[in-house]
Design a protein around this ligand. Structure first.
Ligand code: ADP
Length: 362
């Protein structure tokens, strides 16, 4: 029987549990054994109790739980070759030759690197007498499949990442809450949202809450933005609007690439006579139960990930499971990650049109 490992890695995202559940149950349905690797790559490097066989009932109730019940971590050892060699050893000791990872671009890059090094890691394990040639012989190839778990929706080649719609819903709820006070007291609120290189959450929250103004990394504020923002806000107020909501992404910048901070905006609004407060949503955006969309996405993608493992050949590049125009599709993992990095670089170099084209490209 094939043994398939599943792990969650990097920042937690609502819906990660749904993907673990789907992988475990689809693996069992496909007559494979399923193993959960606890605490991300840490579990793979530590081995022992951190790698557990999962049965159908072990993932019961996972679908509606937020975060990740099998834990996640940032693992320094896995960044080093020695750590990856130990990880390879633990996989072989558990008979696992396929790994499905739900994580961000960092975790997926690590996974593909692991696959590339796999044959040489096995040679080293034999050379160092950590395993025998007979032990490693059945594990010639490592199959890696990526699932993108990230609230930022920042991976190129997919329309939605697991977690982004839950986070968006949470942001909207939070803004609805501050709206109450804003309207009652005729106040202005500056709300800071997550997203270092990707303004998706901010842009969509702006549309979904009818915010007055937003700041996102992909569209740096032009010279004189302060006056432009105030004009819009004054116009809305003149039409009888009793509240002002400005949403700022963490990575918001002006055209000289200076960071735009919520405090800076607060000072501008206060200077214009508005009673202004800053609300930083922080980890509230990542927490809580997954929205219906993320439960659906993680389930369908988890099923597809197991199919991708069963269909993989040594020649197929590691796939990442994406969602493009409402269809679950596979894309080469390394290309998706490389393109995501190019988007971030283009934003840093002020090449915003290039960044948008790269992000939209399939
Ligand atoms: P995310 O997956 O959310 O982008 P990180 O970038 O922190 O989060 O990556 C999570 C973990 O994945 C790291 O702690 C490390 O163990 C592993 N990892 C990330 N990048 C690499 C890499 N280039 N090589 C090997 N492992 C990596």
């Amino acid at each position: 029987k094939r043994r398939i490992g599943v792990m969650t890695s990097g920042g937690d995202a609502p819906g990660m549990n749904g993907s673990v559940r789907a992988v475990v149950r689809m693996a069992l349905h496909s007559n494979c054994e399923a193993y959960a690797i606890y605490e991300g790559y840490d579990g793979l490097v530590k081995g022992g109790d951190m790698i557990k066989e999962m049965q159908w009932e072990d993932v019961r109730g996972f679908l509606s739980e937020g975060g990740t019940l099998i834990g996640t971590a940032r693992c320094k050892e896995f960044m080093e070759r020695d750590g990856r060699r130990t990880a390879a050893k633990n996989m072989i000791l558990n008979g696992i030759d396929a790994l499905i990872i739900c994580g961000g671009d960092g975790s997926l890059t690590g996974a593909d690197k692991f696959r590339g090094e796999w044959p040489s890691l096995l040679e080293e394990l034999v050379e160092k007498k950590e395993l025998t040639a007979e032990q490693v012989a059945p594990f010639k190839h490592l199959n890696i499949v990526g699932l993108v778990g990230s609230i930022d929706n920042d991976l190129s080649m997919t329309d939605a990442t697991i977690g982004c719609y839950s986070s968006l819903a949470r942001i909207c709820e939070a803004i609805d809450s501050v709206d109450t006070t804003a309207t009652s007291h005729q106040r202005a609120f500056v709300v800071e949202t997550m997203g270092r290189h990707c303004g998706w959450l901010t842009l969509m929250a702006g549309v979904a809450t009818g915010a007055d103004f937003i700041f996102i990394p992909e569209q740096p504020a032009k010279e004189g933005w302060e006056g432009g923002m105030l004009n819009i806000i004054r116009k809305h107020r003149a039409m009888g609007k009793r509240k002002t909501i400005v949403i700022v992404a963490e990575g918001a910048i002006d055209e000289h690439l200076n960071k735009i901070t919520p405090t800076q905006i607060k000072e501008i609004l206060s200077g214009a006579g508005l009673d202004t407060r800053v609300t930083t949503l922080g980890h509230v955006q990542r927490g809580g139960r997954p929205a219906a969309y993320d439960r659906m996405l993680s389930t369908l993608q988890g099923v597809e990930a197991v199919k991708a493992v069963l269909e993989a050949t040594p020649e197929t590049p590691s796939p990442v499971i994406c969602m493009i125009e409402n269809k679950i599709v596979r894309r080469p993992l390394l290309e998706a990650v490389a393109q995501t990095k190019k988007v971030a670089e283009a934003i840093e170099k002020k090449q915003f049109e290039t960044a948008m084209e790269l992000r939209d490209a399939e």
